[in-house]
Write a protein that binds this ligand. Structure first.
Ligand code: SF4
Length: 242
């Protein structure tokens, strides 16, 4: 964490954006009223990432795209954007990079209501985070998403085992982004090897607009159903909202 934290002051978190209320667009909580808090920095470098402003220092000045903010500022901004009315989704980047900090502890303690974390599944949640968070959306990177990082960096069996336990408890769901049938099979192998319950798996077609998502979705939906997995929309693309 400290290596990635870089120049962020110890009592601050880098925040790319806080927005809402909006419908959660993906996975099992699709349609739920949500406030999103998007934290900066990531430990992966997925080529199709739609949040490169959180981590890609070769393109962006991260001090500008993700200015450091105190926990109190984050909570106030979240309250202005729907926190308390519905779920609060802490996303990134990779938000669990920050779970060892005091400011993370303060933020999670003070945010109202059910907290969800969106993570790439490379870092196990600690005891405090696990206790405070209602739901983990775990998205290990495979196929085109994982093309820039070696497998040992993006697939951590011990971490996936921890999240599989949470999935069996109904506290986590897995979301794999797949671009074609081969990537659905890659996800299926990982699900089997990690003993992830199939009914806690969502496959989401790769696509950054509704037409692309639909085109990929049509090619994989039958196979997704054959595996007993769930199919994830991207409601914000369909509705053309955030
Ligand atoms: S893990 Fe998520 S935030 Fe990080 S590079 Fe991949 S898609 Fe982007």
């Amino acid at each position: 964490m400290l290596q990635i934290a870089g120049t962020v002051p110890q009592d601050r978190l880098p925040v790319q954006e806080i927005f809402g209320p909006v419908p959660q667009g993906e996975g099992p909580y699709t349609g739920r009223c949500a406030c999103f808090i998007r934290l900066g920095r990531c430990n992966l470098h997925c080529p199709p990432c739609d949040s490169k402003r959180t981590w890609d220092a070769s393109r962006y000045d991260l001090s500008q795209t993700c200015p450091p903010r105190a926990a109190e500022e984050i909570i106030e901004a979240a309250s202005e954007h729907g926190a308390g009315a519905g779920i609060v989704v802490v996303s990134g980047g990779e938000p669990l990079l920050w779970q060892g900090t005091a400011v993370w502890h303060r933020m999670l303690t003070a945010l109202p209501g059910d907290l969800h974390i969106e993570t790439n599944g490379t870092i196990s949640p600690n005891e405090f985070t696990t206790g405070r968070v209602a739901h983990f959306s775990v998205s290990p990177k495979i196929g085109r998403m994982g093309a820039a990082d070696p497998a040992k960096r993006r697939i951590r069996p011990a971490v996936l085992a921890d999240f599989a336990v949470l999935a069996r408890q109904g506290k986590a769901a897995f979301k794999f982004v797949a671009a074609d049938t081969a990537e659905v099979e890659e996800a299926a192998r990982l699900v089997r090897d990690s003993q992830i319950p199939r009914d806690r798996v969502w496959i989401m077609p790769l696509g950054d607009d509704a037409a692309a998502w639909t085109a990929v979705g049509r090619t994989i939906v039958e196979q997704v159903m054959d595996h007993g997995f769930n199919f994830s929309g991207r409601l914000h693309l369909t509705l053309e909202v955030r």
